[in-house]
Design a protein. Structure first.
Length: 466
């Protein structure tokens, strides 16, 4: 029996397990364009938070219920990178499980929206606190509409088509669709506001003496229905808000389409969405921890090298301005406040840039993975090709003018006589002659038109071969 060689085909893992595409997020998230957009967003949110906290209507002191941590990039605190190998060797599973659940840095974009929303929904919050929360919420939505819109557009084009997209094109796309981003984000707010107002009307009825309390008691079932509808809107808004930006980035659609698609995927594909999100968050926790360890190691080694010449106390003073996310004076020793000077401020500025890049990578990873999750959900829902992005990225434009007129025609071109001399008649076209036309050499062989009865036999038939 002859030997039969069977060649196994290559397994297309992307087709068998589409969610493996989430492991390609890193190369897009680490791109300088994505890091720049994410860092600018964090700086804008932090500066806005500082300005809004000093507005006339802002609550004084520490009475504001919402945390400022969502608007800064110095958390969580970094550990000494030199101790990490020993800790991993002694307790590997504990270290790995701890890293895999560190999602707080990845979810910082969501926290910038959740924190003010939580204050707005608190009945005991004062009017000044709610005014500050509304200001922060609208500012966060504006910042993310421009910068997250550009990031999701870059991610959609590069993850789907693997074609690079210019920074300016992505930013122009987000600015052109700014109203769509804001509309998609504010539609859930409008829906909750309507049912909130209906509940408030019931509360005003309850203020009526004597008949008010019994009336509101009878209407409480209706209030529960309103509360249920608000809960559905709020849950879908929290889970689907990032998908709204990814929808517009991939489809270039309006806010209503982004709103409807995100809500549809949340309610009709909840298990797919949950699985994709868990994979993205777990993978993101590992890569962001890796980036954080590398950044803190860079700070530690540079500080240790400087300390060998400058001394530990003076070097520790230079680290006073470092964000906790990349380390601090504890890396090299204790510090005396009297040693803090201009050098500390300058070194602190450099260290803040390092911390900003670490936090910026987390934001870039979040929006890139959100875009990939949207493309996966779209494929699961209606079998749309993962590589389909609308409008498709424009190719390089040809700077040359297009052919028009005779140049664009596929018909033969008959030349005019040179120098405007029309008396000589038309020029001779090789292979054609007519002795009745003037200006044509009669010595050239002519081509006779075929007779109606059939082809004309040649005048000098060739001799037959013997």
């Amino acid at each position: 029996m002859p030997d039969t060689v069977v060649e196994l085909g290559k397994i297309d893992w992307k087709r068998v397990f589409p969610w493996v595409r989430l492991f390609r997020v890193f190369r897009t998230a680490i791109d300088l364009r994505m890091l720049s957009l994410s860092c600018v967003a964090l700086v804008a949110l932090s500066v806005g938070d500082s300005i809004f906290s000093n507005l006339p209507f802002a609550p004084s002191g520490k009475g504001a219920p919402e945390s400022h941590a969502a608007y800064h990039w110095d958390r969580p605190a970094a550990e000494n990178p030199i101790d990490f190998p020993a800790k991993f060797a002694n307790h590997p599973w504990e270290v790995l499980s701890g890293i895999g659940t560190r999602w707080e840095r990845l979810l910082q974009p969501v926290r910038t929206v959740l924190e003010p929303t939580r204050t707005i929904l608190q009945p005991q919050a004062t009017w000044s606190q709610k005014a500050l929360a509304w200001t922060r919420l609208l500012w966060a939505l504006c910042v993310w509409s421009v910068l997250a819109g550009a990031m999701t557009r870059i991610a959609a084009v590069e993850q789907a088509t693997e074609a690079p997209m210019a920074f300016s094109s992505a930013l122009r796309f987000s600015l052109e669709n700014f109203l769509s981003y804001m509309t998609a984000a504010l539609l859930p707010v409008a829906g909750i506001a309507v049912f909130w107002l209906l509940c408030a009307i019931g509360g005003w009825i309850g203020r009526i003496p004597f008949i008010g309390p019994p009336a509101i008691g009878l209407l409480w079932g209706l209030e529960l229905v309103f509360g249920f509808l608000m809960a559905l809107i709020l849950i879908a808004a929290v889970a689907g808000w990032p998908l709204m930006y990814a929808t517009i980035g991939a489809e270039a659609s309006d806010g209503f389409d982004a709103f409807s698609r995100s809500y549809s995927y949340v309610f009709t594909r909840p298990w797919h969405y949950l699985w994709f999100s868990l994979v993205a968050l777990t993978y993101g926790a590992f890569v962001t921890t890796f980036i954080s360890i590398v950044a803190s190691l860079v700070v530690y080694l540079s500080a240790a090298g400087v300390a060998s010449g400058l001394g530990s106390p003076q070097t520790a003073a230079m680290l006073m301005g470092a964000p906790d996310s990349v380390g601090g004076p504890s890396f090299v020793g204790s510090v005396n406040s009297s040693q803090v000077g201009v050098g500390t401020l300058i070194a602190g500025a450099w260290l803040q840039v390092v911390g900003l890049l670490v936090a910026g990578f987390a934001g870039s990873f979040f929006w890139t993975s959100t875009t990939v999750i949207y493309l996966l959900l779209r494929h699961v829902d209606d079998a749309t090709d993962f590589r389909e992005v609308f409008p498709p990225p424009s190719e390089g434009k040809d700077e040359l003018l297009p052919f028009v007129g005779v140049a664009a025609s596929d018909q033969p071109v008959i030349e005019r006589p040179g120098d405007g001399d029309f008396s000589a008649g038309p020029r001779r076209v090789p292979g054609l002659s007519d002795p009745n036309l003037k200006g044509i050499d009669p010595t050239l062989p002519s081509i006779q038109p075929p007779s109606p009865s059939g082809p004309t036999p040649p005048s000098n038939p060739p001799a037959a071969n013997s």
